[in-house]
Design a protein around this ligand. Sequence first.
Ligand code: GRF
Length: 222
Amino acid sequence: MDAAPAPLVIVISGRGSNLQAILDEVRAGRLPAAIRAVISNNPAAPGLDVARAAGLNTEIVDHRDYPDRAGFDRALMEAIDRHAPRLVVLAGFMRILGAEFINHYTGRLMNIHPSLLPAFRGLNTHARALAAGARQHGASVHFVGNEVDGGPLISQAAVPVLADDDSAGLAARVLEQEHRILPLAIRWYLEGRLSVRDGRVLLDGRVQPEQGLATLSPAGAH
Ligand code: GRF
């Protein structure tokens, strides 16, 4: 890898498996990133242990310490900006961010969401996909925009919904895809290959098909 590693800040709330996937790619030399900090709003997030085990700098900005969302957002922004990251990655971050925060990071704030957006924004996406009788489900990486789980899509990966799926089984298959598409999107970004025009993301100057990275298996194709 020729390029100097770019500073990255990762923001989490929970388990940290996406963080682990990013770390694995950095370690393998496939991601030219230097993770300057892992910040959690949840002091009990197991993902903090993932970060500590990797010797990363961890920080906690607990939303419960602030009277309102704007106060929390500002504290999080300050914590992030101290590291001057080139890109901020929300990797399982479970709070809604306000407009000031989002506008501050326009074009350099990426989120992973466990659904094929715009379907199933918000929480409990796997149970909702099953309840809706969806034939396919999946994950999306996007730049964060002003709507919850909205903003220009970078990539998506689809998985078929199987006849005997339950929410946990479906979640596990979607998670595998998250671990693939999030580090890849970060790599594209750091390699300067992503741009945004008219709300659509371009890779190497070309608009991507809606599901450019779909991995739908023949069993789920229809
Ligand atoms: C992932 O499914 C992420 O997309 C979602 O929360 C989960 C977090 O998983 N919003 P992890 O903390 O990365 O393991």
